[in-house]
Design a protein around this ligand. Structure first.
Ligand code: SF4
Length: 216
């Protein structure tokens, strides 16, 4: 099977089974999405969604958040991972939005990565979710699932995986493909024990085909 055929199968499968894939983070505007994505590092979307309503209520725009103190914000996010650094990042991010971007979330990767707490993955998420830009965010799920299926080959870093996926998925599908792979990794192709028995990607999945050969 060629890579072209593998990608074509995967696209057809997800278009049919997951046509409306989108982020599971709850947000109303780019500012709220940015806060949620920063909080979601090493944390589940479910937990972030339990945390953000109180933050958005108290700090509805970057302006209010930029004026927050660490002591005020910390109690609101203390139940999620790395609360100390995330508190500092959120306040720093809001201050920089105010100072450098007129209180608006910029929509280029280059500008976004200048904000505290925002790396390439977060910038790719924001630009692809808000603006449908063809920027593939590679998190742990995307990295694992793409490698198992064989959409990436010998990719040793998220950046290498990002480049391969971006090259092979049609540009207009990249923003959606990110969610396809994340959700597949979260619910089917889970890290410890992938649920291959209920997965429709078995015919093209390199990991599954390899397991089959070992059993025979
Ligand atoms: S067949 Fe198994 S390993 Fe392959 S994508 Fe599906 S769940 Fe993951």
């Amino acid at each position: 099977m060629t890579q072209k055929e593998r990608y074509a199968f995967v696209i057809e499968y997800f278009e049919k089974n997951s046509p409306d894939a989108e982020t599971e983070l709850i947000y109303d505007d780019p500012y709220q999405l940015l806060v949620a994505v920063i909080l979601s590092a090493q944390c589940t979307d479910k937990r972030v969604n339990l945390t953000t309503p109180a933050i958005f209520h108290k700090y509805p725009t970057p302006k209010e958040l930029s004026q927050a103190t660490i002591d005020e914000l910390f109690p609101l996010i203390k139940s999620i991972s790395y609360p100390n650094s995330k508190t500092k990042h959120l306040i720093g991010m809001a201050r920089m939005l105010q100072e450098n971007f007129g209180g608006k979330v910029p929509l280029t990767v280059q500008e976004l990565i200048t904000l505290p707490g925002v790396g390439r993955k977060t910038a790719n998420v924001i630009t692809s979710v808000v603006d449908k830009q063809p920027n593939m965010a590679v998190d742990t799920h995307v990295f694992r699932v793409a490698g198992r299926i064989g959409l990436t080959v010998n990719a040793r870093t998220p950046l290498a995986a990002e480049r391969q996926l971006t090259k092979n998925f049609p540009l207009e599908l990249i923003h959606k493909a990110h969610h396809w792979l994340i959700l597949h990794g979260r619910y089917i192709c889970i890290a410890r024990k992938p649920k291959c028995e209920i997965c429709g990607l078995r015919p093209v999945c390199k990991y599954y085909q390899k397991q089959l050969k070992q059993v025979k």
